[in-house]
Design a protein around this ligand. Structure first.
Ligand SMILES: *Cc1c(COP(=O)(O)O)cnc(C)c1O
Length: 435
């Protein structure tokens, strides 16, 4: 029998911290994805993080393949980010008035993301997605929005239907507290199904304000779009005067410096950003065509605001992160390291006859325990989640911290070395042998 420590054995300080937190905070966490609901057991409590490593309260060190769920592409405490944010702290932490750092980061974003001509900063990816949606409705004067099953766009009321991420892991595709009226204009379609999209537009194309999706999905595990699906998205929205919104909160600056749209050569009208753009601080952004963005208040009538939006310390972290990504692009190296992980993990599964699919784009990847190609939410759900949980804990015991759900993407970070990847592949071979 494989050891089944479920984190309580040998991790007493994390367990005590979790018990305390559960008395104070619902479920002991401030975001459900952290609660280990998808793998059983209790979460690690983190004492500190440096470069590619997390250290828990009990003094164990782990290779971090979550990277705060995406932001930490440079690794933790990157010296340039630490230096920039420390300097910013001493100039004041929030002004409630404009500062030049906002334009500096805006210029970097506009330079990086091909279709973004103007950008507005928010404090989270949720706000960015929510505001992009409001803008699409305000710009078109229409109400209906289209999303895809398994795509997560933050905890926006009208998008919390068939959402991915922890909403999926916990089996709560639809949250209590979201009024039926709020989602009555949200249509949920199957990812990678161009015919369904065409049928919907044929039926009510003149009522659709926008279509929002993760252009490369990470929140049902990694799923890539087919060329036919992408072409249908662009052609149909264009033909019917709806906006195409790419939620690149996860993929922006991750899959390439210009995000998924640069990698794919796609041209969304509006893009939502988050995670990496804040270098580990709370930042989101939405941007796109100038004529659309000029409808945002006070340039236009569509209201959106934020006390801490454009916060100078967060802007400094974003500027330092993007500047580093631009000056020393890690993408080729991340591709090589991640390809080694793919080769090692799939070889381990093949050797043991474990049904698997390894979906990967650059440094974003998911090992699905299923023999079915994973192209949408339904096929992702064919995965053996119990097997995933056992794999997850076996990897944890070997010092490798993977996303604690079958339906999340893992991230390789720029601080990882070839030796780290070799150790990860060895851990995977040992872990698969225990399944
Ligand atoms: C993480 C994520 C969000 C939400 O961002 P928060 O900063 O957690 O609010 C939205 N969309 C996608 C694609 C994400 O991965």
């Amino acid at each position: 029998m494989p050891p089944s420590p479920y984190t309580t054995v040998g991790r007493p300080k994390s367990l005590a911290a979790f018990e305390r937190a559960q008395r104070l905070i619902p479920g002991g966490v401030n975001s459900p994805a952290r609660a280990f609901g998808g793998v059983g057991g209790t979460p690690l409590f983190i004492a500190n993080a440096h470069a590619q490593f997390l250290e828990d309260l009990d003094g164990h060190r782990y290779l971090d393949f979550i990277g705060s769920w995406g932001p930490m592409i440079l690794g933790h405490c990157h010296p340039k980010v630490v230096e920039a944010t420390t300097a910013a702290l001493h100039r004041g932490t929030s002004y409630g008035a404009p500062c030049e750092a906002e334009s500096e980061l805006a210029a970097l974003v506009i330079d990086a993301v091909p279709t973004v001509e103007m950008v507005r900063f928010t404090s989270s990816g949720t706000e960015a997605a929510m505001s992009a949606l409001r803008l699409a409705r305000g710009f078109t004067g229409r109400d209906v929005v289209v999303k895809f099953a398994g795509c997560y766009h933050g905890h926006v009321d009208s998008l919390l239907v068939s959402a991915g991420s922890s909403a999926l892991t916990l089996g709560v595709p639809n949250s209590p507290g979201v009024p039926a009226d709020t989602v009555k204009d949200t249509v949920v379609l199957r990812y990678n199904d161009p015919q369904q999209l065409a049928d919907l537009f044929a039926a009510k194309g003149d009522r659709i304000a926008g279509v929002m999706l993760e252009p490369i999905a990470g929140n049902m595990g990694l799923v890539t779009p087919t060329p036919e699906f992408r072409k249908a998205l662009r052609d149909l929205t264009h033909k019917h005067g709806a906006l195409l919104i790419y939620d690149e909160v996860m993929t922006g600056f991750r899959l390439s410096y210009g995000g998924a749209q640069q990698l794919l050569g796609d041209t969304p009208d509006v893009t939502a950003l988050g995670k990496i753009i804040g270098g580990g601080y709370p930042v989101g952004a939405y941007g796109g065509r100038a004529d659309v963005m000029k409808r945002v208040m006070p340039a236009g009538p569509v209201f959106q605001a934020g006390t801490l939006s454009g916060n100078p310390v967060a802007m400094a972290a974003g500027i330092a992160t993007l500047t580093e990504l631009k000056a020393n692009p890690p993408y080729e190296r991340l591709e090589k390291l991640s390809a080694k992980i793919e080769a090692g993990f799939t070889a381990a599964c093949r050797e043991r006859n474990i049904p698997h699919r390894f979906n990967r784009v650059g440094s974003m990847w998911t090992l699905f325990f299923t023999g079915t190609p994973v192209t949408d939410l339904d096929t992702a759900k064919t995965s053996d989640t119990d097997r995933f949980a056992r794999f997850f804990w076996a990897m944890m015991d070997r010092g490798v911290y993977l996303p604690c759900s079958q339906f999340e993407a893992a991230f390789t970070c720029g601080a990882m070395t070839d030796a780290d990847i070799d150790a990860t592949v060895r851990a995977a071979a040992e872990s698969v042998a225990l399944l």
